[in-house]
Design a protein around this ligand. Structure first.
Ligand code: COA
Length: 319
């Protein structure tokens, strides 16, 4: 038993921000950003929230799938940047779309969040507990980025993507891993620890990153994990028609392709236009690729997410 994509949708803030615009207030330049990251522009919230973007993407995916929201049994929102702690975003989506019968909860595994949520949905559905799932990745990272830190603020963007899945019999295999021992490489301690009994710690509330460490981690673990996954399935890189990786950075994707000895043309990208939207990047990419008609029945694809935690995951899916 496995799950199949039956519908997709995405929601992007209206405001596009180019590298040149960023360089109006940070000491950088378009060339440096393009060369090191591949990013040319990103979309930044002008009041859109994780909630509003998630709801919008969900509605598009439901429309695309042609289903009735009250038949949805499971809603998971992957996010690490929600403006609200309670109620969770998935319950907000449930209310907004009218999915009365659904079980809804959020999951945070940073940029691997969407794949962790997909794996969770697959486990529930394959176990016979639910028949379908709406999985959303939604982020407003512009709220947690330090806009005076040129090494991080150039990387991130805002947006949401949603995929609707139903039970199926096609091949689907996941590997997911966490390495909390390296967590300091990419962190964000957002909330005060102040209470009536404790005066609280002073926190740096923005994303803090050791870029080189994250780069090394991503290129090494993603390629190793994909190779392990393929090996366990008796397949090779040549058997894969398309690679859909978390859109962190074009250089990371190129480096992974090289390590896999895979043809770079098999790697779809949109990081150039969206930047790194964390848990939203994979569903936004899949939605784009689907709409272009590039995903056809029988194709074998590899999806991989990696990021803070540290967390990483790879998935082999036969369409
Ligand atoms: N513009 C110009 N110079 C910049 C800059 C910017 N936006 N950001 C950093 N620099 C400078 C640094 O200050 C440093 O200067 P110094 O040598 O005078 O100290 C120099 O560039 C090199 O810094 P370094 O951090 O070593 O650069 P890098 O080649 O590693 O590139 C990243 C930085 C962030 C692009 C790169 O490390 C990276 O892509 N890491 C992965 C990040 C990522 O994808 N994270 C999310 C994963 S989910």
């Amino acid at each position: 038993m496995s799950i199949r994509i039956m519908g997709s949708g995405s929601a992007i803030p209206k405001r596009k921000v180019t590298n040149d615009e960023l360089c109006g207030f940070i000491d950088s330049n378009d060339n440096w950003i393009k060369e090191r990251t591949g990013i040319i522009s990103r979309y930044i919230s002008m009041g859109e929230t994780v909630r509003t973007l998630a709801c919008k993407a969900a509605k598009k995916a439901i429309k695309d799938a042609g289903i009735n929201a009250c038949d949805i049994e499971l809603i998971i929102v992957a996010t690490c940047s929600a403006e609200q702690a309670l109620p969770c975003i998935a319950c907000e989506v449930q209310k907004s779309i009218g999915a009365e019968g659904a079980v809804a909860f959020d999951l945070n595994a940073a940029c691997a969040g969407f794949l962790f949520a997909m794996n969770t949905a697959d486990t529930y559905i394959s176990g016979g507990i639910y028949k379908n799932a709406l999985i959303i990745g939604a982020e407003v990272l512009s709220n947690i980025v330090d806009w005076s830190d040129r090494s991080t603020c150039i990387l991130f963007g805002d947006g949401a993507g949603a995929l609707y899945f139903e039970k199926d019999n096609s091949k689907l295999r996941f590997i997911q891993k966490s390495n909390g021992f390296k967590g300091e490489a990419l962190s964000c301690y957002q909330r005060d620890s102040k209470s009536a009994f404790y005066e609280g710690d002073i926190l740096y509330k923005y994303v803090k990153m050791d870029g080189r460490e994250v780069f090394r981690f991503a290129t090494r673990v993603v390629s190793d994990t994909i190779l392990r996954l393929l090996d366990e399935e008796g397949m090779t890189v040549d058997d894969i028609d398309m690679f859909l990786l978390h859109q962190a950075n074009l250089r990371i994707i190129e480096c992974i392709a090289k390590r896999l000895k895979a043809d770079i043309s098999k790697f779809e990208t949109n990081v150039e236009r969206f930047g790194n939207t964390s848990s939203a990047s994979i569903p936004i990419l899949i939605d784009e690729v689907r709409r272009k008609g590039k995903l056809t029945e029988g194709m074998k694809i590899v999806i991989s997410g990696f990021g803070a935690g540290l967390t990483y995951s790879a998935c082999l899916m036969e369409l």
